[in-house]
Design a protein around this ligand. Structure first.
Ligand code: SF4
Ligand code: SF4
Length: 76
């Protein structure tokens, strides 16, 4: 499976559970990085680099369970 090079999207599963029932990130992400699976959320790792850094998921998550990590250095 492809591994992201530029952006890593991480869900703290324990925090996500606190926020349940919820599928806000699944509904909002414009590039479908989140997929509901069982009682939790799965990250589509091959889609992580498509993240537009729109922050919609971060703003909507009721449990502050999502972290977006930039794997590249900003600037030069
Ligand atoms: S910041 Fe935007 S594009 Fe990136 S994972 Fe969140 S909702 Fe999706
Ligand atoms: S928005 Fe947050 S609490 Fe809701 S499903 Fe996504 S990670 Fe879990």
């Amino acid at each position: 499976m492809a591994k992201s090079l530029f952006i890593q999207v991480v869900i703290d599963e324990a925090r996500c559970q606190v926020g349940q029932p919820c599928t806000e990130c699944v509904k909002l992400c414009p590039v479908n990085i989140f997929v509901a699976q069982g009682n939790g959320i799965r990250i589509m790792s091959e889609a992580e680099d498509e993240c537009t850094l729109c922050d919609l998921c971060l703003e909507a998550c009721p449990a502050e369970a999502i972290t977006i990590r930039k794997l590249y250095k900003e600037g030069h």
